[in-house]
Design a protein around this ligand. Structure first.
Ligand code: SF4
Length: 124
């Protein structure tokens, strides 16, 4: 099936590994110093890992991929245990410890936006 899924540009990946833990479903793993979507069925294509990457190596594209397997992803998350990666507002930089953040999609990007900045994002 054709669906939205994370793409990793290997030429841009510096191997920092920052995207591995934020991928709660466990789809991204490091292989020979580069990030890879090892199990495509675990990637839901939401793209909330994109903002983590310091080099812009992560994007979301539409391509042939196995369907997202929610049961496998939940099993992976249970096996890995809970992780806490603090997010920040894409607009003002406020952290989730001080403001409520909501996941948003705009112009093909996945963004975390705080409730103070959300109205401006909606209304321009
Ligand atoms: S965060 Fe970006 S640069 Fe770092 S390992 Fe992941 S894809 Fe590579």
């Amino acid at each position: 099936m054709i669906r939205q899924i994370v793409r990793i540009d290997e030429s841009k990946c510096n191997g920092c590994g920052a995207c591995v833990t934020p991928c709660a479903e466990g789809a991204i793993r490091m292989v020979n110093g580069k990030a890879r979507v090892l199990r495509e069925e675990l990637c839901d294509g939401a793209g909330f890992c994109l903002g983590i990457c310091p080099t812009g190596a992560l994007t979301v594209e539409a391509r042939e991929a196995p369907a997202f397997d929610r049961h496998a992803a939940e099993a992976e998350m249970a096996w890995c245990g809970a992780t806490y990666i603090a997010q920040t507002c894409h607009v003002c930089g406020a952290g989730e410890d001080t403001r409520v953040l909501l996941p948003c999609r705009k112009a093909g990007q996945s963004l975390w936006v705080c409730t103070c900045c959300l109205p401006a994002l909606i209304h321009g």
